[in-house]
Design a protein around this ligand. Structure first.
Ligand code: SF4
Length: 326
């Protein structure tokens, strides 16, 4: 009972994520159907507050409707109905700026787009030539405008989130962005930034050693810069680091770094156990969650307060069952 109320008290504030409306199960697709994604509504949905956006219906197209596709110059394609070839570009382009303006107030920490859509798709969207043949691939009109308007908000396509590595990377970034948003929503102080940087050190290190060093130097000379340039430069470097994927090599480096904190406290047996679990992870016999579970156990056992504060050890809710793939 006590444990339940403790868990309830610790329940994190929901993370706000923009999403293509059809992924939530709403029947807004051209054929009157939806593209419901249960992982997004049921699993990630436990922690997310979604802000749905359907560019085609919101800009005034009916349901059902004739399917559209991208056509013409791959750098600036038109949006055209597939059979009757009616140009819908203007309709979409007139709607986009107002919607982006409204989204500025939504405090989004990420956006999940529906793949393969000429309006919402992020990657490899077919652009047809006037002869009806695929000339190149590009980005859906709304997705492109969104990423240009919000270059630092993490974005991904729902289809790609089925890949465990891409899913983990995206989810880590959105929860990171949520922590960052909380920090910058308050008053910006060098002390606040130092505290943020300290708690996220190992997580940043697991993405990029080089940017980890640069961020450390930036924070150290922070007081000499004004608050705005300091936070802006930090944010830019931070998200450059986070956009680089972690690898088992980078994670092993962090795990060994963590072990250094226990040098004097671990018994020879415990040290051996930890090294052999890290080795099993290196060899691909166990996923990252295994050495991390052991480390979390020792962090509690030896009351390691600096490590306890490290987001690397618990970067997202454990119910999402991440870090458990090979
Ligand atoms: S892919 Fe985008 S435009 Fe198409 S139905 Fe889904 S939300 Fe609407």
């Amino acid at each position: 009972m006590e444990l339940q109320s403790e868990k309830k008290a610790q329940k994190p504030e929901k993370i706000r994520i923009g999403i293509s409306t059809c992924l939530l199960g709403h029947k807004v697709r051209y054929d009157g159907n939806h593209s419901h994604d249960r992982y997004l509504t049921q699993t990630l949905g436990m922690f997310a507050e979604y802000v749905p956006v359907c560019p085609e219906t919101e800009c005034g197209m009916p349901v059902p409707r004739e399917a559209v596709r991208l056509k013409g110059d791959p750098r600036a394609p038109r949006l055209e109905t597939q059979k009757t070839q009616v140009d819908k570009t203007r309709m979409m382009e007139e709607w986009i700026p107002g919607r982006l303006k409204k989204l500025e107030k939504e405090n989004l920490c990420g956006f999940i787009f529906k793949s393969k859509s000429p309006s919402s798709g992020l990657y490899r969207i077919r652009v047809y030539g006037d002869d009806g043949k695929v000339r190149k691939t590009g980005t859906g009109l709304f997705a492109r405008a969104f990423t240009l308007h919000f270059p630092r908000i993490p974005v991904e396509e729902a289809g790609r989130l089925q890949d465990p590595g891409l899913r983990e990377h995206f989810i880590e970034k959105i929860f990171f962005f949520q922590r960052w948003r909380r920090l910058v929503a308050g008053s910006k102080t060098p002390g606040g930034l130092v505290d943020f940087h300290t708690r996220n050190k190992l997580l940043i290190l697991s993405h990029s050693q080089e940017n980890y060093r640069k961020l450390g130097k930036l924070v150290a000379r922070g007081r000499k810069l004004g608050m705005e340039p300091l936070f802006d430069q930090y944010e830019s470097l931070l998200f450059r680091a986070l956009n680089l994927k972690t690898t088992s090599k980078k994670n092993i480096n962090v795990l060994l770094h963590i072990m250094g904190f226990f040098k004097k406290q671990l018994s020879p047996d415990e040290k051996q156990e930890m090294l052999s679990v890290i080795d099993q992870y290196r060899e691909g016999y166990v996923p990252l969650v295994v050495p991390l579970t052991l480390i979390n156990h020792y962090v509690r056992k030896y009351d390691q307060s600096w490590l306890k504060s490290q987001t690397y050890l618990n970067p997202h809710p454990f119910e999402l069952k991440l870090r458990n793939y090979f």
